[in-house]
Ligand binder design. Structure first.
Ligand SMILES: Cc1cc2nc3c(=O)[nH]c(=O)nc-3n(C[C@H](O)[C@H](O)[C@H](O)COP(=O)(O)OP(=O)(O)OC[C@H]3O[C@@H](n4cnc5c(N)ncnc54)[C@H](O)[C@@H]3O)c2cc1C
Length: 419
């Protein structure tokens, strides 16, 4: 079958890999010059089953209300730019905040994360993919606030019951587990360590895999190629119109990350994916004492620190602010607060890199891996929220099985098109 994949982020490239391996003739189209140049570029780089709880939560409506008036840099809604999509997405998000829905979706998200993480590590090993600094195991969530620590212990219990390697630690135990914490003026009140999370460079992995796809499986990559529209006739998609001309295929797969909803809308399809902006800083750190041993979440500033060899990635912030990826120094206040707290500075003479990008948020926190409602040969592998690196290999494997009419290893029902 001739398959055209729209988008060359982690989801597009892993989809290309599985389909080309199965013998399909695959073309991947992206407007950027290289794979993983948008959301998959400088993300948090954690394969993180521990984080697979949806943002929906019975307390989320209260947080949303606070975000409406908040000037805090961690979580805000910017009405001026948020756009009309938020008006239809918001009520659907709130509807999925019922305890029964959240608990069910947390299990689906966790199962997918564990399945996907195993596939990612196995492929990196098999292909000897040079994904930057190599995998590092574990993530430590450190808390300066008793209430938040207590609240998150419910989630730790859930992860333990599901068989994950979870340890609830005292403040002093945290210092032994993570020496970087001794650089703060006070120890944390406690922490949760999850041994099953892994740190690995998403961008390096995606680009290496794209190279293998092109050279070993004859996948065609059309880069710097803007997608304009998809023509359909007789209930089937016929031709993708791009800035470099038309591409025909038997099947088209949408892997456009946060831009997927807008693309689906051009076909009259309701695909509620809202772009939730996040911010990362990449700090060059020569001395290892400036980097955590494992992924570290600083509960006080809601910031993730990921060690990537001689770089430290710091991620924070959720802004509902529409599709632009502009940023200001103010958006990086939590990042700088965390760096100051642990007395971390860039290596001599080097500068940190600043980056903003958009998470493709579905209202219920699960991705969409499914045939589209129409045309018949259009498929979705998108809506990976804040977990596209964690879920990417898994959803690509599911999609490849479904396309070939086979039963996937994971139940695809939770990820069907559902609006
Ligand atoms: C700050 C931040 C931190 C994150 N940290 C983590 C983490 O630690 N772990 C984790 O699992 N996930 C994390 N995520 C989420 C993860 O990065 C995303 O879910 C994942 O990268 C999405 O991949 P994708 O392939 O679906 O989308 P993308 O990587 O965005 O790929 C979509 C592609 O479509 C292309 N495209 C769009 N429109 C067009 C068009 N009209 N024509 C041509 N091409 C087009 C874009 O150029 C892009 O390359 C994070 C996200 C953010 C924002």
């Amino acid at each position: 079958m001739k398959v055209c994949i729209l988008g060359a982020g982690i989801t597009g490239v892993t989809t290309a890999w599985f389909l080309a391996e199965r013998g399909h003739d695959v073309t991947v189209v992206d407007r950027e010059a290289k794979a993983a140049s948008a959301t998959s570029f400088a993300n948090g780089c954690t394969l993180t089953p521990s984080h697979s709880k949806p943002w929906n939560d019975p307390s989320a409506p209260r947080q949303l209300l606070r975000a409406l008036v908040s000037r805090e840099p961690e979580f805000t809604i910017k009405w001026r730019t948020a756009g009309r999509e938020l008006m239809s997405w918001g009520p659907r998000f709130l509807k999925a905040c019922r305890r029964s829905v959240v608990d069910r979706n947390a299990v689906h998200g966790l199962n997918l994360a564990l399945y996907s993480r195993a596939l990612t590590l196995a492929l990196a090993d098999e292909l000897e993919l040079d994904s930057g600094a190599g995998p590092k195991n574990g993530a430590l969530y450190a808390y300066d606030d008793d209430a938040r620590f207590a609240a998150d212990q419910h989630h730790a219990d859930f992860l333990s019951r599901k068989g994950l390697n979870v340890e609830v630690l005292s403040g002093t135990e945290c210092l032994f587990r993570e020496p970087l914490l001794t650089r703060a003026s006070a120890p944390p009140v406690g922490g949760i360590f999850v041994g099953d999370d892994v740190t690995m460079d998403c961008c390096a992995f995606t680009r290496e895999l794209a190279r293998v796809c092109a050279y070993e499986l004859d996948v065609t990559f059309e880069f710097e190629c803007e997608i304009k529209s998809l023509d359909a006739a007789g209930g089937r998609a016929t031709m993708l119109k791009t800035s470099k001309g038309a591409i025909t295929a038997d099947v088209f797969v949408v892997c456009l990350g946060p831009w997927s909803g807008r693309f689906a809308a051009t076909l009259g399809i309701d695909l509620p994916i809202y772009p939730a902006r996040g911010y990362s800083m990449t700090v060059p750190v020569a001395q290892t004492e400036f980097a955590p041993r494992q992924a570290l979440v600083d509960g006080e500033n809601q910031a993730l620190l990921t060690p990537l060899g001689n770089r430290l990635r710091v991620v924070a912030g959720v802004h509902f602010a529409g599709y632009n990826t502009n940023w200001s120094r103010d958006d990086f206040r939590p990042h700088h607060a965390t760096l100051d707290k642990f007395c971390i500075a860039p290596s001599d003479g080097q500068e940190s890199a600043y980056w903003a990008c958009l998470r493709a948020m579905t209202p219920d926190g699960l991705p969409v891996v499914s045939q589209a409602p129409r045309p018949a040969n259009l498929w979705f592998n998108t809506g990976h929220c804040y977990l596209g690196w964690t879920w990417g290999m898994g959803t690509a494997a599911i999609l490849a099985s479904l396309l070939d009419g086979e039963k996937p290893d994971q139940d695809p029902a939770p990820f069907r098109y559902r609006w």
